[in-house]
Design a protein around this ligand. Structure first.
Ligand SMILES: C[S@@+](CC[C@H](N)C(=O)[O-])C[C@H]1O[C@@H](n2cnc3c(N)ncnc32)[C@H](O)[C@@H]1O
Length: 262
């Protein structure tokens, strides 16, 4: 192992609400001298950093360009080598679609020590907020965390057979535009079209919105609701528990949405 110079903390900022940060994440942010943060990190969380901390946004939402990964890597390295306490802040949990492996490997290869501080991932925040579990004894024995890439109109890559098991809960990240392809593939693999589904926009935040659906209606229902915040989609029998709990605020209209309960 190379001699270590500097240190970077790769920190999960959770889904947005500052009180969903871990205490360790809060301490890291409060002690940061340089903070490189992704687009999904909320202003409430950023406000916890010291005023003198150098804050650099590395990602932009809504199709606008983000900083290239190589530039982010070089920046982290340069700041760490200057001896600053560097925090790389990512939405949710850095180990879930957060490139934490790539960044840690790069820093390690350049002699910079890293520490990963976990965060509450979007699927956990959605389940907690809308009152259903991600696994449930006798009903959901497996949690499949996935994203979807579509090439030439069809879902790329394998592994979807696991999502067809009626005891699997699927948590789909970055899949809002791929829902028709995902549903088609799961149904083709044998999952019931009537499987309950819930798309949750802005999970873990006060303005969270739940869009209830079935696997068959998911793509149309989400398109009709036109969310513009981040969306995580949960598919599985466990979602029916949310529907029962939300019944007073979600009507049976397929395009109805439920606001998060305060
Ligand atoms: C690059 S991934 C990062 C995931 C993040 N590391 C996590 O653990 O939640 C971005 C995707 O995560 C999901 N996501 C992140 N924050 C969310 C939130 N507050 N509500 C709903 N979905 C969210 C969305 O699917 C979004 O497109």
């Amino acid at each position: 192992m190379p001699h270590e110079l500097g240190r970077v903390q790769l920190v999960g900022a959770g889904p947005g609400a500052a009180d969903l940060l871990t205490v360790r994440a809060l301490r890291a942010i409060e002690g940061a001298q340089a903070l490189l943060y992704d687009a999904l990190v909320s202003p409430d969380v950023l406000a916890l950093a010291p005023a003198a901390c150098l804050k650099i946004q590395t990602g932009k939402r809504a199709g606008r360009t983000s900083m290239p990964q190589a530039t982010i890597n070089r920046l982290m390295l340069r700041l760490a080598r200057r001896g600053l306490r560097v925090v790389r802040l990512k939405g949710g949990d850095p180990s879930v679609f957060g490139r934490v492996g790539e960044e840690a490997a790069f820093l390690h290869a350049h002699g910079v020590a890293t520490e990963v501080v976990p965060g509450v991932t979007a699927a956990s925040a959605a389940a907690a907020q809308f009152g259903f579990p991600l696994t449930h004894r006798g009903e959901a024995r497996r949690l499949l965390v996935a994203t979807a890439t579509v090439g030439e109109g069809a879902l790329a890559g394998g592994g979807w057979a696991a999502g067809a098991d009626p005891e699997t809960t699927l948590a789909l990240y970055m899949g809002r535009d791929q829902l028709a392809a995902v549903a088609e593939r799961l149904i083709a693999e044998g999952r019931s079209p009537q499987t309950p589904a819930l798309a949750v926009e802005n999970a873990g935040r006060p303005d969270a919105r739940a869009i209830p659906a079935t696997l068959a209606s998911l793509a149309a229902d989400v398109a009709a609701a036109a969310p513009d915040g981040p969306v995580v989609v949960i598919v599985g029998e466990v979602v029916a528990q949310a529907r029962r709990l939300l019944m007073p605020i979600i009507c049976t209209n397929r395009t109805a949405v439920g606001k998060a309960q305060a």
